[in-house]
Every structure is written in C-alpha cells, then in structure tokens.
Design a protein around this ligand. Structure first.
Ligand SMILES: *[C@@H]1O[C@H](CO)[C@@H](O)[C@H](O)[C@H]1NC(C)=O
Ligand SMILES: *[C@@H]1O[C@H](CO)[C@@H](O)[C@H](O)[C@H]1NC(C)=O
Ligand SMILES: *[C@@H]1O[C@H](CO)[C@@H](O)[C@H](O)[C@H]1NC(C)=O
Ligand SMILES: *[C@@H]1O[C@H](CO)[C@@H](O)[C@H](O)[C@H]1NC(C)=O
Ligand SMILES: *[C@@H]1O[C@H](CO)[C@@H](O)[C@H](O)[C@H]1NC(C)=O
Ligand SMILES: *[C@@H]1O[C@H](CO)[C@@H](O)[C@H](O)[C@H]1NC(C)=O
Ligand SMILES: *[C@@H]1O[C@H](CO)[C@@H](O)[C@H](O)[C@H]1NC(C)=O
Length: 401
C-alpha cells in the first residue's frame, strides 16, 4: 500500500513537472582545482540547467558549547507527541525539566555540500551566496525543481552559491539527535565552512564576500552567525523569519511531528527516535504551503524528499537576541507564512519590516524586506519564488556585493 502510493506520487510528479533529471557531467568540463575540499565529488547541472554544481562530503572539525538535555531518546511515537503537548500546554515546564547547563561538544562531521557556478562560466571569487536550509528540507531546498531554484536564478546573474545539508539532515552525518544536533553546533559548523570559503579551502577560491541566505531554522542559524561571528557575513538574508511567535503552537500542531522512522520507514528506518519529520503530507502542507499559490506536484515532491529536525534542535530554538551586526539585512517571507506570521505577515503590522528594529538595530540602511504574494512558509516551492529571488538579488547588488 505504502510503496504503491509512493510510485503513484512519483508518476504524478514526473508527469506534471516533465523535468529533465539533474544530469551528471564529465569531470573534464571543469578545472580540477574546483574539486578542492570535496570527498568523492560528483558534477551535475542544477535543476534548471543554469549552473554546474560540484557535490561531495566536506569533513568539518568543530567544537561548540551546546546545552545539556536532561532527556533520553523518546521511547516511541507516544513519547514524541507527549513532548509536543507538554511544550505547548499552558504553564509548560518543559524548559525547566529538560534544558540543563552548557555542554561542550566536539567532533569531525561529514557535511554534504554543493557549490554551483554559472554553466559555461567560471567561479567568480567576488561573492558567494551561503545558503542554509530549514527543518524538513535538505540542501536541495535551494535547487528544488526547474523554475524553483535560487541556485539557477543566482547563476543566471553570475553568482556562485554554496549549499549544504545541515548536520543531521539528508546526506550529512546523523549523530546523537538530543545532545549533539543542536543550534549552537550548527552555527559553529556554518562558521567553519564560511572560513573555508573565505580562505580558499573549498574549490581553491578565496571568496571576498559572503552573503548568508537562510530559511526558517536556517535563518535562526544565520542570525546565530551574525551574533557570534559578526565578520563572517557581508549581508544576511532571512527568509521564513519574523519577531512573532504567535503562529508557532498552531503550526507545530498542524505539522504533527513524529519520529521520521515511522513516517517514512523506507528512507529513515535507521534513524533514532530523536529525528523527527512531519507526520504525513497534510502536515507538510499545513506548515509550508498556501493554496492556490503552489503546484500540487511540488507538495508531492516536498513530501517524498522531506527531511528531519531533531529533538535537540526543537528544544534549543530560542528567541534571537539583539545583535550588533552592521551589514545590511533582508527579510523575505511568504505573505501567508503560518509558523512565523500566523498566516498573514501584514498583521498586526508588517512583521518582515519589524525584524530590523527588533533584532538588528545597527543593520545598515541598505536593509530591506519583501513579502511574496500567495505563499506560505516554504516560499521556494511556491509560484511566487522567482519574484522573491529577484528581490533578493537586487538587494545584494544594491549593497555592492
Ligand atoms: C500559569 O499561567 C497563568 C496564565 O498565563 C499565569 O497567570 C500564572 O501565573 C501561571 N502560573 C505559574 C505557576 O506559572
Ligand atoms: C572533546 O570532547 C571530549 C569529551 O567528549 C573532551 O574530552 C575533549 O577534551 C574535547 N576536545 C576538545 C578539543 O575540545
Ligand atoms: C565578478 O563579479 C563582480 C561583482 O559582481 C564583477 O564586478 C566582476 O566583473 C566579475 N568578474 C568576472 C571575471 O566576471
Ligand atoms: C519562525 O518559525 C520557525 C518554525 O519553522 C520557528 O522555529 C521560529 O521560532 C520562528 N521564528 C520566530 C522569530 O518567531
Ligand atoms: C553589542 O554592543 C554592546 C555595546 O558595545 C554590548 O554591550 C553588547 O554585549 C553587544 N551585543 C552583542 C550581542 O554582541
Ligand atoms: C492580511 O491582512 C491585511 C490587513 O488586514 C489584508 O489587507 C490582507 O488581505 C491580508 N492578506 C491575506 C493574504 O489574507
Ligand atoms: C545610508 O547611510 C549612509 C552612510 O551612513 C548615508 O550616507 C546615506 O545617506 C544613508 N542613506 C539613507 C537612504 O538613509
């Protein structure tokens, strides 16, 4: 039953999109030094064929101050649902019960990464776009399908993009989902990768400028970078992000988080119960989509390719602090984002425009914001994605990057 449903979904997605598969390309097509830093690299075109991409594992050695969780691996589905109920109930004591003091962690982790540059061109060392996906997706959130690819859009304008699977997502390593895969170590990993991009450790190119582009939990990490390492980024683009927490409980009830191993055993059976995903396609739609702003084939693709979030990440999402970052910020949301705007980013006031005063009082006056029409939280999977990309690239260029 389950596998026939997957086959049917695949057939639907293929017929609606009629997309050419990402094609692998011969190594001879690119300078050999571009492979620097990647283990077992492969070369393939981006979703829309505008970029050539090198993908492979990059080993990242980090240490970070995580938070000690006084929590065991959830025993089963019931324990996960109970954790969510207790988190969102009135007078919740989950933080007091589970969140402990600082916990130093370290290690070397395999981070699956992808660097893309304009097809027929070369890597321009002036600026790299450093993208961080959110929960529920992997690196391909930025190169999802033809016409829905930030990677393609940036490449058409001459830009190089770097994307990667966050620790615990897709093809990156999956360590302990409670004590290791938390916000702070994710910020440390991003910092190491950015340092590598700036010093020529990746693709033998020392990039002069780095523009951070995050989505949702990836925006939280981007905020973490601007707070802990203010010199890492020349500009920060935060998508799926606002100062409002009002929509969070309903959005999390709707997404119906469950152990990923139970939701999609064919893909996730080896993962511990601390790795969570949306319960089913209805949860994925509730959290990330807004009809009629999307092609149903994209929802099917999102569900088929969905990724995880960990209990450790869920418990360490904290309200961002005000940072002293002085570069420009750009806040870009689907106007009907549910988790971040309760379904309308204009109410009770413009929640995208409000981020600067709330968290970035010193951000430069080159800062900007944009609300994409007819879009939910998973903006890149909506018809209005190209308009948002155009706005972001204009923002980047206006700031001389
Ligand atoms: C419980 O919540 C109510 C309503 O928000 C609040 O007035 C009360 O102080 C809370 N009690 C405790 C013990 O936190
Ligand atoms: C790494 O963590 C271990 C404990 O897990 C600790 O013994 C060691 O000193 C740490 N190393 C560094 C470089 O922080
Ligand atoms: C690289 O990008 C910068 C900034 O966009 C541009 O001024 C420069 O001409 C580009 N260099 C090449 C070789 O295309
Ligand atoms: C935005 O939504 C995400 C859920 O994806 C949530 O974790 C986060 O707390 C929200 N951000 C803010 C600043 O409210
Ligand atoms: C920002 O700067 C103020 C004043 O220098 C300082 O007190 C504060 O700790 C800084 N905040 C951060 C997050 O760095
Ligand atoms: C959001 O709220 C504003 C102000 O009430 C309203 O004009 C707009 O139509 C609403 N947008 C959506 C998509 O519902
Ligand atoms: C932005 O700031 C720069 C330098 O601080 C200043 O010269 C410029 O007039 C400002 N622009 C606007 C639109 O405020």
């Amino acid at each position: 039953m389950r596998s026939s449903a997957i086959v049917a979904a695949l057939a639907l997605a293929t017929s609606v999109l009629a997309a050419p598969a990402k094609r692998t390309t011969a190594f001879a097509d690119i300078p050999v030094e571009y492979l620097k830093g990647f283990k077992n690299p492969i070369i393939e075109s981006s979703a829309g064929g505008k970029a050539l991409c090198i993908s492979g594992m990059i080993d990242v050695t980090v240490s970070a101050t995580n938070i000690l969780m006084k929590s065991q691996e959830p025993a089963n589905d019931i324990a996960v649902t109970e954790l969510l109920v207790e988190t969102f109930q009135i007078n919740s004591t989950v933080s007091e019960k589970l969140v402990g003091g600082p916990n130093s962690v370290n290690g070397t982790f395999g981070i699956y990464s992808k660097l893309c540059f304009p097809v027929g061109g070369s890597i321009n060392a002036t600026t790299v776009h450093f993208t961080i996906h959110g929960a529920g997706f992997g690196r391909e959130y930025w190169d999802f399908a033809p016409g829905y690819s930030y990677v393609d859009f940036a490449a058409e304008q001459g830009y190089t993009t770097f994307s990667y699977d966050r620790l615990g997502s897709a093809q990156s390593d999956h360590p302990d989902p409670i004590q290791i895969v938390q916000l702070n170590i994710q910020v440390s990993i991003a910092h190491e990768l950015i340092q590598s991009l700036r010093t020529g450790g990746i693709s033998d190119t020392a990039f002069e400028h780095v523009v951070g582009v995050g989505h949702s939990l990836g925006s939280f990490q981007t905020v973490g970078i601007t707070t802990r390492y203010p010199d890492d980024l020349d500009a920060a683009v935060l998508t799926g992000f606002s100062p409002s927490l009002a929509g969070i409980p309903v959005a999390f009830a709707g997404v119906n988080l469950a152990p990923a191993a139970g939701s999609q055993p064919l893909r996730f059976s080896s993962l511990a119960n601390g790795y969570l995903s949306s319960g089913d396609i209805h949860g994925t739609q509730f959290f990330f989509f807004r009809a009629p702003g999307f092609d149903p084939a994209l929802l099917d693709l999102a569900e088929m390719n969905k990724q995880t979030v960990t209990v450790g990440e869920f418990l360490t999402i904290a309200k961002p602090v005000v940072t002293n970052f002085t570069g420009p910020i750009d806040v870009v949301n689907g106007e009907s984002d549910f988790p971040n705007c309760s379904g309308n980013c204009s109410l009770p006031y413009n929640l995208a425009a409000a981020v600067k005063d709330a968290f970035y009082p010193l951000a430069s006056n080159g800062s900007s914001w944009y609300l994409a029409p007819l879009s939910g939280h998973g903006l890149n999977l909506h018809y209005s994605a190209p308009g948002a990309y155009e706005h972001i690239l204009d923002f980047v260029k206006r700031n001389g990057l």
